[in-house]
Design a protein around this ligand. Structure first.
Ligand code: UD1
Length: 428
């Protein structure tokens, strides 16, 4: 298994092009299933999760052609042409779903267009139990008959899905996306209340509108969808990755130097930018992106709670913890989205971070001088926090199990070493 070797302590200076958002790209890929006509998606990041979703779609019969490399600036945003005209299967097998939970996003579109779907239950994952009960209940409200059989969700709606008034009891990004897709082909109006407002949900809604869907309330917590008989083909470009943007902003803060992050937008990271500014990071808007540096007064501790958008994202929690570990003073993080999202803490502690977890909160006592160590990646965002810690630490850090990083960060080593980081991938 590949490893990453980092010699820490170098400041980062230069420009990084931000890729298209993985979490927007995954539902957008599933969207092709809603139409017989081709969907052309551009600015797709080159990541393992995207290949997994493409693999799943082609197993279902989607004809995918790739038109790679048409870059924006330094990026290699990929272009996929997805033709779901020839779909001949409605089964998403365990082998693919277990690799990536987001595979469950084919459930809504398959059921809406074909009246049936058989999708493996995703099972647990490193950051908690993560059930899909809310997706299932909401589809049942739209008239779907759903049974769980030998680890599979067996869903059918022989007469099609019916519009419904759905109130999500808690905010779910994937649940909102699955139902939003399903509702575009339902009979009548569907209202999704307490819907997720994440920019990736908005991106999905905008793409559906480009395909002919009628959706009101985009960007709010109440989405109103008028079902259509069919949707047509469209061309759509994936929104920039706000988590990648935030991650490199933290990198500039903990390493020193100055990074310009292009092909992204400040408004996508509002809550992250506010937290970083309060912690002593300077962020200014520039043409095509943002510029980030640590302020001359240095970094200081700050309390943060993760929340659904527009709050501080859980996907930035581990990275922020690294910043807190090297900042002046104490900080407290409270994780409200996932019950087991502190897997990075023991690894960061091995590198000298002073962190104590009490239930959903973590107290970080700052100004640790981090030192290199051999550490192990556990999930995607935990892994990148170890990279950030390695870049800021004295000495050498080796990170094992880097396949997690390949799921969500396009050309991470290349992007960082072009800005002065000493980071290498060791092939096994
Ligand atoms: C998405 C993101 C993930 C991010 C998360 C929260 C993708 C591919 N992944 O995951 O990176 O960390 O949003 O912003 O976009 N829940 C239930 N029942 C359900 C569905 C969810 O109890 O049916 C719970 C989950 O266990 C979790 C919370 O709701 O505690 C939020 O999960 P959700 O927003 O659905 O996350 P994902 O869509 O899986």
């Amino acid at each position: 298994m590949d490893r990453i070797l980092i010699r820490g302590g170098n400041p980062l200076n230069g420009t990084i092009h931000i890729s298209g958002a993985k979490n927007a790209a995954l539902p957008l890929l599933a969207t092709c299933l809603l139409s017989e006509q081709p969907l052309v998606l551009s600015n797709l990041p080159h990541l393992a999760d995207i290949s997994t979703m493409a693999h799943l779609l082609s197993e279902l019969g989607v004809d995918i052609s790739m038109d790679g490399g048409a870059g924006n600036g330094g990026n290699i945003g990929r272009v996929f042409r997805l033709d779901a005209g020839p779909v001949n299967s409605t089964t998403a097998p365990y082998d693919l779903v277990r690799k990536m939970r987001a595979s469950v996003l084919v459930l809504g579109p398959l059921l809406a267009r074909f009246g049936k779907a058989r999708v493996s239950l995703p099972g647990g994952c490193a950051i908690g139990t993560r059930p899909v009960d809310l997706h299932i209940k909401a589809l049942q409200q739209m008239g779907a008959e759903i049974e769980l059989d030998e680890g599979y969700i067996e869903a059918s709606a022989p007469d099609g899905l019916k519009g419904a008034h759905i109130v999500f009891p808690m905010v779910t990004v994937g649940g909102t996306e699955n139902l939003l897709m399903a509702a575009t082909l339902a009979d009548g109006e569907t209202v999704l209340a307490n819907a997720a407002r994440e920019p990736e949900v908005t991106d999905l809604a905008n793409c559906l509108v480009a395909m002919g869907a009628e959706i009101d309330g985009i960007g709010t917590d109440t989405l109103r969808i008028q079902g259509m008989k069919t949707l047509h083909g469209a061309e759509y470009s994936v929104v920039p990755d706000r988590i990648e943007t935030g991650t490199y902003a933290v990198a500039a803060a903990v390493c020193g130097g100055e990074l310009t992050l292009l092909d992204t937008r400040l408004e996508l990271i509002d809550s992250v930018a506010e937290v970083l500014r309060n912690a002593g990071v300077e962020i200014v808007e520039v043409d095509g992106g943002i510029r980030v540096r640590r302020s001359d007064d240095g970094l200081k501790g700050i309390d943060v709670m993760t929340e659904p958008y527009p709050g501080f994202p859980t996907d930035m929690q581990a990275q922020l913890m690294v910043l807190m570990a090297v900042a002046e003073g104490a900080s407290m993080i409270t994780e409200t989205i996932f019950e087991n999202r502190y897997m990075h803490v023991p690894e960061l502690s091995r590198m000298g971070a002073n962190v104590n977890v009490h239930g959903a909160s973590a107290i970080v006592r700052g100004r640790s001088s981090l030192h290199g160590a051999e550490v192990m990646a556990t999930d995607l965002r935990a892994s990148v926090s170890l990279v950030l810690a390695g870049l800021a630490a004295d000495g050498e850090t080796t990170i094992n199990r880097v396949y997690h990083l390949d799921r969500g960060y396009e050309r991470l080593g290349e992007k960082l070493s072009a800005c002065g980081a000493d980071i290498k991938r060791l092939k096994d």
